[in-house]
Write a protein that binds this ligand. Structure first.
Ligand code: FE2
Length: 278
């Protein structure tokens, strides 16, 4: 059994500090094997926001894997945006937030879906190329680890499909490619928790989204994070939700079967209090 925490859309600069402390406390009390951070570490890619994010990650007792989001590209410093879009992210978080990791039975890879500019009006939306997805799938295929994970900021699948804020260009193509090569694809951006399956011949790949962990910029649901227990035949997703804006409680839990056939490839609700942390 391995256990990871999935956090997203931290938006330092608009973070709610009591929840930042509550998340750190939870990690210290129940250290996970891995933390996956799916982008938008900052609100405006300012140096002080990245410094706050670094301070936060340095307080966590686990390795962190992550990829930046659209908010992590400087929006006002246009020279940085166009010529060195990821320099601030890499200088502040590089070495602490790593792009790939092999740990025990897991391998996790990340994909960049945010762009400095696009041939469409809304540059906050995601974009991924078939080539990048195929190359990442090939890396996963070559890995000997039996459980394969992918993390990126923008959704490759979403409730209701890839429209509106979920309109990730080539996202559906990438989802198809990655579903065959991985077991779990973690994303952010929508500030919404979901779990959607793609059923293959030998395994089920789950596409899981997270709400914002502690930003004041909530959308359809309160701030929260995902805790995922991984075993050979099942993923157990526990969604922790903020209460009174100063603490997290386990609010919902789902069993996500990893094998097709005997069990329905759909989340099975369970009592979150019945899932042991740590
Ligand atoms: Fe985003």
């Amino acid at each position: 059994m391995k256990r990871l925490l999935h956090i997203a859309d931290l938006h330092f600069g608009r973070e709610h500090k009591p929840l930042v402390d509550a998340f750190i406390d939870y990690c210290v009390d129940h250290p996970p094997d891995l933390i996956v951070a799916t982008g938008d570490f900052t609100q405006g890619a300012r140096r002080r926001e990245f410094a706050a994010a670094r301070h936060f990650f340095d307080a966590l007792p686990a390795p962190v894997v992550g990829a930046p989001g659209n908010h992590d590209v400087p929006s006002r410093a246009l020279d940085h945006r166009f010529f060195t879009p990821w320099r601030r992210f890499e200088r502040a978080l590089g070495g602490r937030v790593v792009p790939r990791l092999e740990t025990g039975p897991l391998v996790i890879e990340t994909l960049h879906t945010a762009r400095r500019a696009q041939m469409r009006l809304d540059w906050s939306l995601g974009r991924v190329s078939r080539g990048a997805a195929a190359s990442l799938a090939s890396q996963l295929d070559q890995s000997e680890q039996p459980t394969k994970l992918v993390a990126c900021h923008h959704p490759l699948m979403a409730p209701g499909g890839l429209s509106g804020r979920a309109n990730t260009k080539r996202g559906a193509d990438a989802a198809e490619i990655l579903a065959s090569a991985s077991d779990l694809v973690l994303t952010g951006h929508l500030h919404r928790t979901f779990a959607l399956p793609v059923v293959g011949d030998t395994h089920v790949c789950w596409f899981v989204g997270a709400s914002t962990t502690f930003s004041e910029r909530t959308r359809v649901e309160p701030a929260g994070f995902n805790e995922i227990h991984l075993s050979d035949d099942m993923l157990t997703l526990v969604h922790h939700e903020s209460v009174d804006a100063n603490r997290f409680v386990p609010a919902r839990a789902f069993k996500l079967p990893r094998r097709p056939g005997t069990e329905p490839a759909a989340p099975v609700a369970v009592d979150p209090e019945a899932v042991e942390p740590g």
